[in-house]
Design a protein around this ligand. Structure first.
Ligand code: GLC
Length: 569
């Protein structure tokens, strides 16, 4: 293990396994990949004999109902894909449609953002914006979460090498000893970002990583490890190359990440307790506690890990822990985070101060804490997972990333997934407006902004993380649309983005209630805005790509539905 402060570098010795692995060409094995993906969670669930937690009437319940679908089933079969088990070759993507003029421009910009390490592409820089004159740290960094849409774009285009290099290098970074002052971080932690620097003495590239010790607010990125696992699964699914995920290095990396979030403590809930700003919203925004973004990513990473872990001595034990947690987590989120019209009405009528097991209002949420805006916002058709649930606290804000990932991971039941899309449709002005997609809704202002953000001048109302619109989220919305068969919504959103994005220089975010204004401090040529657009386009043109980033529903985890009155309206 290498000792590392934020200035530590990665020396040659670290590359021992990497060189071997990098020289190894991915082996495409269709048959093996089929069995890899067919290892459904349902069959894994029998592994420990752990109950699947099929919920009898419990929790707060949720609604359900069949919504109109477009005929996507004919194009896409989750978990398998009709077109190919080996991902979609670049040629088929290119031949199947007349590319929009923006696509070529976006590819050029994406390639310009590539970062090399000792002659090999390793990731993409967060932004290639030279217009501002100020070159912040930010512009040279490869952020793990920002690389996700880049990784998907390259995989969809049949260029897996950069993704493979990224996965291996970040894995080596995980092995560093991570400290903030005198405190040592967990072994599984993955960096938020890293950059490549030239070592002036030796004239070779070295890496400098940040695990939170340099980040604003000193928060460790809880999402990085989850995204790493999700990218590894996307790589495996797309290339059919299982050898990477099966290496002892990768198996260990997965186990370390899992170990860190499955550790037992004083928790009374299966959700993961986090500090504020530990995910895409990386500044204080009242997303501490049990934010939906982390819970949805946690769930997806657990499921992806289960698909990739080898059932050897160490792996098997981990798989059993994962299965148990998945069951508890899905039950908890589906039951307690869900709100629709009926559910809101139930909470509105909650009694408080209930003690013992018979309590209905388990977390003692005071109905007076329901914000006024929600009564008008909640449509009679539709619903969503709220931002956070903890004792006496429900954060009713809508967060786009958490809800979209919940759909992709099948944390949302099919009925919940349809209801989320209904909400997006019904509240289009609020949640999409003129630029997809609003990161959260609504913005907080006034006294609440002061106390919740600590008077953060970057997060003023309807700006940045506080109700700003982030083009990167377009790929997640599009993926969720394809999965739920709501292609019209995706097309509409992509059209909106196309009208402005390139003209405005691919900004990082937009401001304003409708997202009409380029963000106050937004970078231009923000890589994930570019890659997010490309991924959305490619998925819509060839929906079989969705299999890389989507998991089919696991029937065994489905709790009993309580039909909510809102579905009969
Ligand atoms: C901002 C975003 C964060 C992103 C980073 C780099 O800090 O909030 O999610 O990773 O910029 O683009």
């Amino acid at each position: 293990m290498r000792k590392a402060s934020s200035q530590a570098s990665l020396a040659d010795a670290d590359d021992f396994d990497l060189t071997r692995l990098l020289n190894h060409k991915p082996r495409i094995n269709v048959e093996r990949q089929r069995s890899f993906d067919d290892r459904s969670l349902t069959s894994e669930l029998s592994l420990s004999g752990a109950g699947t937690g099929t919920a009898s009437r419990g929790g707060w319940g949720y609604g359900g109902g069949a919504m109109e679908r477009e005929s996507y089933e004919s194009m896409y079969s989750p978990g398998g894909g009709l077109r190919s088990y080996c991902g979609t070759p670049a040629s088929s993507t290119r031949l199947s449609f007349e590319p929009h003029p923006l696509v070529g421009e976006a590819w050029d910009a994406l390639r310009r953002s590539l970062v090399n390490f000792r002659g090999q592409p390793l990731g993409t820089i967060a932004a290639v914006d030279h217009s501002a004159g100020e070159v912040l740290n930010y512009d040279q960094q490869v952020f793990v979460r920002d690389f996700v849409p880049s990784a998907l774009a390259f995989l969809m285009n049949g260029e897996p090498e950069v993704v493979r290099n990224f996965l291996l290098k970040t894995l080596l970074l995980q092995g560093w000893e991570k400290r903030i002052d005198r405190f040592k971080l967990g072994e599984g932690a993955m960096p938020a970002s890293f950059k490549v620097l030239k070592d002036p003495k030796r004239g070779v590239d070295k890496l400098v990583a940040d695990f939170g010790e340099s980040a604003i607010g000193r928060v460790a990125p809880v999402d990085s490890g989850f995204w790493w696992i999700i990218i590894l699964r996307a790589y495996t699914k797309s290339t059919g190359d299982m050898t990477l995920a099966e290496t002892p290095m990768c198996q260990k990396g997965i186990r370390l990440i899992m170990n860190q979030c499955l550790a037992e403590g004083f928790d009374t809930f299966p959700t993961l307790l986090c500090a504020d700003g530990c995910c895409m919203i990386d500044r204080r925004m009242g997303v501490y506690g049990y934010p939906i973004e982390i819970q949805a990513l946690f769930f997806m990473a657990l499921r992806c890990a289960l698909l990739m872990l080898k059932p050897d001595a160490e792996g098997k034990e981990m798989m059993e822990r994962i299965v148990t947690r998945l069951s508890a987590l899905s039950y908890h989120v589906r039951s307690y985070f869900w709100v629709d019209f009926q559910q809101l009405n139930d909470i509105y009528r909650f009694k408080t101060e209930e003690y013992s097991h018979t309590a209905v209002n388990k977390f003692n949420v005071n109905p007076e804490s329901i914000p006024d805006w929600l009564f008008d916002f909640m449509p009679s058709r539709g619903g969503y997972f709220v931002g956070n649930v903890s004792p006496a606290r429900m954060d009713f804000r809508w967060f786009a990333l958490g809800n979209c990932v919940a759909i992709l991971a099948s944390l949302a039941t099919p009925d919940q997934a349809s209801a989320i899309m209904d909400l997006v449709e019904e509240r289009w002005e609020d949640l999409v407006g003129e630029m997809p997609v609003k990161i959260c809704y609504p913005a907080i202002e006034g006294h609440e902004w002061q106390t919740v953000t600590g008077c953060d001048p970057k997060n003023t109302r309807w700006s940045y993380h506080n109700g700003g619109s982030w083009p990167v989220l377009l790929w997640l919305l599009t993926a969720a649309c394809i999965k739920t068969g709501r292609l019209k919504i995706a097309r509409r959103a992509i059209e909106l983005a196309e009208a402005r994005l390139a003209r405005d220089g691919w900004p990082e975010y937009y401001d304003g209630k409708l997202g009409r204004y380029i963000g106050k401090q937004a970078r231009k040529f923000q890589t994930w805005s570019i890659a997010g657009y490309l991924v959305a386009k490619m998925m819509l043109e060839d929906p079989s790509h969705l299999g890389m980033i989507s998991l089919e529903e696991d029937k065994a985890m489905k709790p009993v539905l309580r039909r909510s009155a809102s579905w009969t309206v």
